[in-house]
Design a protein around this ligand. Structure first.
Ligand code: ZN
Length: 240
């Protein structure tokens, strides 16, 4: 697990496969309740992460591959599991978490710590505008003019993510920066490059990129590599 900060009040963490109780094909730190893993194992894994990070609660997303953002009330929504690809929290009291196995995970905040958001973005999310939706939500809370900072997590790279011609045309027609080729020359997408371009287009400063290619690095879950598998996470929270 990698833990970091944006400014003095915003903390984030990116998990790996390591440190959980799930059995194969979810071994071991699967954090998704949506992939067929044992519910008790997922709950135990989530509790391990909560204790490790020292946060009072975590609100976990149910990913939809769309553009919907949910603003979480840190006290009211602790037991919720919202169906949304972006989660934003505006006050200390709980962390928000987004899940992926190849898709791009990102965290976004103002350095003063008025709001923090996390998101999950694959090629559908690039088209659905999830990046802009999280930016708009955080900016609305942070106030106009506050510079926003982002950190990107591990994701399948452009050399590993071959796609068909229809998907390639649809995505690169909207987000040219996502265009890529595999080593053998097949059409491919670099979703992280697309997310980075969309963040910059919205005026966001990218502080860091953490982790490498999920398909190549067995430290991460990869849907493209393994099919039935778990999900790693980005978590973020505000400290008082
Ligand atoms: Zn790769």
């Amino acid at each position: 697990m990698v833990v970091g900060s944006i400014g003095r009040h915003v903390r984030y963490a990116f998990t790996t496969r390591d440190g959980g109780v799930s059995h194969p094909p979810y071994a071991s730190l699967n954090l998704s309740s949506q992939v067929g893993d044992d519910a008790g194992a997922v709950a135990a894994n989530r509790e391990r992460v909560r204790v490790r990070l020292g946060v009072p609660a975590i609100v976990w997303q149910r990913a939809e591959h769309g553009g919907r953002v949910c603003v979480v009330d840190a006290l009211r929504d602790r037991a919720a599991e919202p169906s949304a690809d972006g989660l934003i929290v505006l006050a200390p009291g709980c962390a928000v978490a987004a899940l992926a196995a190849d898709c791009v995970l990102f965290v976004l905040a103002d350095r003063a710590g008025r709001a923090v958001g996390v998101g999950h973005c694959g090629w559908r999310g690039l088209l659905a505008g999830i990046v802009g939706a999280v930016v708009d939500g955080v900016r609305a809370a942070a106030g106009d003019g506050a510079p926003l900072h982002a950190v990107l997590g591990p994701a399948i790279c452009g050399s590993c993510y071959a796609v068909g011609p229809e998907v390639y045309a649809a995505v690169t027609g909207t987000v040219p920066a996502a265009a890529a080729r595999t080593l053998s020359g097949r059409l491919a997408l670099d979703v992280a490059a697309g997310v980075a371009a969309q963040l910059r287009d919205h005026g966001v400063v990218i502080d860091n990129r953490i982790g490498g290619c999920t398909y190549e690095d067995a430290a991460f879950f990869s849907y493209r590599r393994d099919g039935v598998t778990g999900r790693h996470a980005v978590l973020a929270w505000l400290e008082p």
